[in-house]
Design a protein around this ligand. Structure first.
Ligand code: ACM
Ligand code: ZN
Length: 366
């Protein structure tokens, strides 16, 4: 879902209050492309728009709402937000997803896919089999041109390229992708994904930026300088840190604020699934015990993820975020011995008054 500039600013204000200093901004998805790119006008003429949206959970619903939905940020708006964030000591890290989760871009530029399309901006949620073709140069040309504009807009050291949940089906039956595998001496489609990410890393490195991606970028070999965002548990982060790569920890087990926060799901607004109560967030220790002191230096920090497939309003967004944000802030800013959940619970009453005063919605029965 799309949130207006005015709300992004409010969200940044609230982040600053909790000393959260990095805003990871997911701007590209199967269901909508959200950033203006001057060289590719179709992205904001049609790729930001889906004809309708599934009602209820994608897992078991067959009903669509019949209502068109879209939205994107102009480059002027993005510059404004980046500046607004910087004034609050927050760095904005943009995410431009590749090679998966890119149906919206393919719908606008079908020549970037393995079959040439037609593709559609998706109306339901999940993992889609249509992905960028890794066998043709047009794909890399497009993404490099997009990243040129992205790097102009975002001064952040890190540029997030996604890399998660990329099914290999299309690549398996694409002659161009298979030819690439042969030409580059790659073992399989996983190494093709690694080739893809490594090319993008070279491109970003030449621009003095660092590539960061979800832990799937470990598959088929990590790009030499890549930073890993560990989401499928802590395993990917541990593996990357052992290879002396930098890591941001964001495991589903402690950091997915789109998960349910009460045991009784029937009394909760629809969520993607899972169960992540406040106490579990508070119990998180971002430095895995299995790492040596040297390896642990590569853990840059932790972040929460707030995916908005099932979050269409700011009210619900805040309900999902708070008070779990309060717990995360304390986790990432406290030395381990200083953490005390009972004490945190006592202070939570004051925190609820503060949230109320600022007009921030929250779950009052965490
Ligand atoms: C993810 O949640 N797919 C990174
Ligand atoms: Zn292909």
């Amino acid at each position: 879902h799309f949130f207006p500039v005015s709300y992004i600013k409010e969200f940044l204000d609230n982040m600053a209050m909790y000393k959260l200093n990095t805003f990871h901004w997911h701007l590209v998805e199967d269901q909508g492309w959200r950033i203006e790119i001057k060289q590719y006008p179709q992205l904001t003429e049609m790729a930001h728009w889906r004809d309708e949206t599934i009602v209820g959970h994608a897992r078991d619903s067959k009903t669509y709402d019949g209502i068109g939905y879209g939205g994107f940020y102009t480059q002027d708006q993005i510059r404004d937000i980046v500046k607004y964030a910087a004034e609050r000591y927050i760095t904005v890290v943009p995410e431009i997803e590749m090679p998966g989760h890119s149906c919206a871009a393919l719908a606008a530029y079908p020549n970037l896919g393995c079959t040439g399309g037609p593709y559609e901006v998706k109306k339901t949620w999940g993992v889609m089999k249509d992905v960028y073709c890794a066998g043709q140069e047009e794909t890399f040309g497009f993404l490099q041109n997009v990243l040129d504009e992205v790097c102009e807009l975002f001064p952040s050291t890190y540029i997030h390229v996604g890399g998660d949940e990329c099914p290999k089906d299309a690549w398996k039956s694409c002659s161009k992708c298979q030819q690439r595998i042969k030409d580059e001496g790659l073992a399989d489609e996983h190494e093709l994904q690694s080739y893809f990410i490594q090319r993008m890393e070279k491109y970003l490195s030449a621009k003095n930026r660092k590539l960061i991606g979800w832990d799937e970028i470990l598959e088929g070999g990590l790009a030499p300088e890549a930073t890993v965002m560990s989401w499928r548990g802590e395993k990917g982060g541990i593996e990357a840190a052992k290879q002396l790569h930098d890591v941001v920890m964001s495991p589903t087990t402690y950091c997915y604020f789109d998960y349910y926060q009460s045991e009784n799901k029937t009394n909760e607004p629809l969520a993607i699934g899972g169960f992540l109560p406040l106490e579990k967030v508070y119990s998180y220790e971002p430095l895995p015990a299995e790492l040596t002191e040297q390896e642990a230096k590569h853990i840059l920090g932790a972040q929460a993820n707030l995916w908005t497939e099932y979050i269409a309003t700011t009210n619900k967004l805040e309900y999902m975020a708070y008070p779990r944000v309060c717990a995360l802030a304390e986790v990432v800013w406290s030395p381990k011995p200083a953490k005390d959940y009972a004490d945190f619970r006592k202070r939570l009453d004051t925190e609820f008054s503060r949230l109320k005063m600022y007009g921030i919605n929250y779950c009052d029965h965490p």
